[in-house]
Design a protein around this ligand. Structure first.
Ligand code: PLP
Length: 351
């Protein structure tokens, strides 16, 4: 057990810090809830389904766990700016931590493909945006090249500090459950997170003798290069955070899958959106579409009999639903005003 009142990097200092390294910057990242999903579990046919809700991180996604370490180290190294390519959440996180560090932040984004909330966060924190005519993979290629300049710290997940910090989510799950789950399910985009979770679980196994979970990764059907075994030139999905055709951590994801006896499969956009809706309607937890790929995948595998009712399962909900408000449409009621008379409101209620 660790002291939950400490900032994340202090809490896991013995596993993350180099010598007497200091971490002056923290926005209160980590310490996210692990929620026993009783109603959703009953719906899916699972007794021990848990949701690790990463939407409560300071900028609303798990990216903050690694960003805090990457930006603390970039600052200690004396860089003049931070930079990243992003499908949205990395930019929101980089912009916030760069602001706290007093560093300028450059973001390279694919034009027109970023959720509104993420763009708002990035601009509000004063990051400078460069929209390119190209997808995320093209943006990352450009940033890699520019990162050869030592004055610039690239804070994409190709930066090893990002993945090191993201291991903390695995450690928090073990702390909360008192053991590792049988299955850890999560969405896979650039595949940094599945790589980091697996490293975190293996580290705990080494240090504390905890068991290892099977790693279940889910890609969107229109952006599933690892499932298909080849890069995809024009990935498409409503789940913009995992709209990636050539994952940077491809090898790490394959190793996590194979070493853990897990799997990486595809889920359709319809299944992702249905899962997003059910997670919030059964549990009150509002996540963004990409996050729901974990639950969509677990639902299908449970229906197929590949997951058993009593299995201990953690689905990682990677980001907050408020990031992408445009995805939710009103299903009942009307957004057109009615008269303020009680009778009119009763009528509108169908009473
Ligand atoms: C970044 C992100 C992912 C994908 O994580 P990878 O490490 O790129 O596989 C999934 N969901 C959300 C909300 C994200 O921000």
């Amino acid at each position: 057990m660790t002291d939950a009142t400490l900032p994340l990097l202090e809490r896991y200092r013995d596993r993350l810090a180099r010598g007497g390294e200091e971490f002056p910057i923290s926005l209160g990242e980590g310490g996210t809830p692990l929620i026993h999903a009783r109603r959703l579990g009953a719906e899916l046919g699972l007794e021990r389904l848990y949701l690790k809700f990463e939407g409560t991180n300071p900028t609303g996604s798990f990216k903050d766990r690694g960003m805090v370490l990457a930006v603390n180290r970039a600052m200690a190294r004396g860089v003049q700016a931070v930079m990243c390519a992003s499908t949205g959440n990395t930019s929101a996180s980089a912009a916030a931590y760069a602001a706290a560090a007093g560093l300028p932040c450059w973001i390279v984004l694919p034009a027109g493909k970023v959720a509104r909330g993420k763009l708002a966060q990035t601009l509000a924190a004063g990051a400078r945006l460069i929209m390119i005519d190209g997808n995320f993979d093209a943006a990352l290629d450009a940033v890699r090249e520019l990162g050869h300049d030592e004055r610039i710290a690239v804070v994409n997940s190709i930066n090893p500090d990002r993945l090191a910090g993201q291991q903390t989510a695995a450690w928090e799950i073990i702390d909360a459950l008192g053991m590792a789950p049988a299955i850890l399910a999560l969405p896979v985009g650039n595949a940094g997170n599945i790589t980091a979770y697996w490293a975190g679980f293996r580290r705990s196994a080494e240090l504390d003798g905890t068991s290892l979970p099977r790693m279940f990764g889910f890609q969107a059907a229109g952006a599933a290069p690892i499932v298909g075994g080849a890069p995809i030139a024009s990935p498409e999905t409503v789940a913009t955070a995992i709209r990636i055709g050539n994952p940077a951590s491809w090898q790490g994801a394959v190793a996590a899958r194979d070493e853990s006896g897990g799997l990486i499969e595809a889920v359709t956009d319809d299944d992702i959106l249905a899962a997003q809706r059910d997670i919030v309607r059964f549990e009150g937890v509002f996540c963004e579409p990409a996050s729901a790929a974990s639950v969509a995948g677990v639902r299908r595998l449970t229906a197929q009999g590949s997951i058993k009712r009593e299995d201990l399962i953690v689905c990682v909900l990677t980001g907050h639903g408020l990031k992408d408000p445009d995805i939710v449409a009103p299903e009942e009621g009307s957004l057109r005003p009615v008269s303020a008379q009680i009778a009119a409101i009763r009528h509108a209620m169908g009473l």
